[in-house]
Design a protein around this ligand. Structure first.
Ligand code: AMP
Length: 140
């Protein structure tokens, strides 16, 4: 979690090699070096934001615009028909590289891909009314 350029910035700049799949003015995408399944791809903004909540609207828009197109190409290239997009923020939320990235992870018929032990519980409607109101106020 140093303050220098992240390993992903070094990849964008060509200082560290990668298997590049896409690049435009604001976005870069390449294969994950430790894939959960074949075609596991990382889509990143060139802007060196550490977490999604720090990303500019312009970069967010640019990443969002190409995610479906890159996903479609990854599916076609791997033969998968299902996939997950996952995006981690903070070490306790499984982020290990502190440069915003979206994982595109094909789910293969043999089970390779993402497995998530979701632990959910039913919503408390009183809490939810307060929380949704707070979030709405903060978005104004
Ligand atoms: P996260 O845990 O969400 O921060 O994911 C970081 C991802 O970056 C992991 O899946 C790593 O395998 C991947 N990664 C780390 N270094 C490299 C690299 N040099 N080239 C490609 N992928 C990398």
């Amino acid at each position: 979690m140093g303050d220098g350029p992240s390993i992903f910035t070094k990849i964008i700049q060509g200082e560290i090699p990668c298997h590049k799949v896409y690049e435009d003015d604001l976005v870069f995408a390449f294969l994950d070096i430790n894939p959960l399944s074949p075609g596991h791809t990382l889509v990143i903004p060139k802007e060196p934001a550490r977490t999604l909540d720090d990303l500019s609207d312009e970069s967010a828009q640019a990443v969002g615009r190409v995610l479906p197109r890159i996903s479609k190409a990854v599916l076609k290239a791997t033969g998968a028909s299902e996939f997950n997009v996952i995006q981690n923020n903070g070490p306790n939320a499984f982020q290990s590289v502190f440069h915003v990235h979206f994982h595109i992870v094909p789910k293969m018929e043999d089970g390779r891909g993402l497995s998530i032990p979701f632990k959910s519980s039913p919503i408390d409607h009183d809490d939810a009314a307060q929380l949704s109101s707070s979030i709405r106020d903060l978005l104004d």
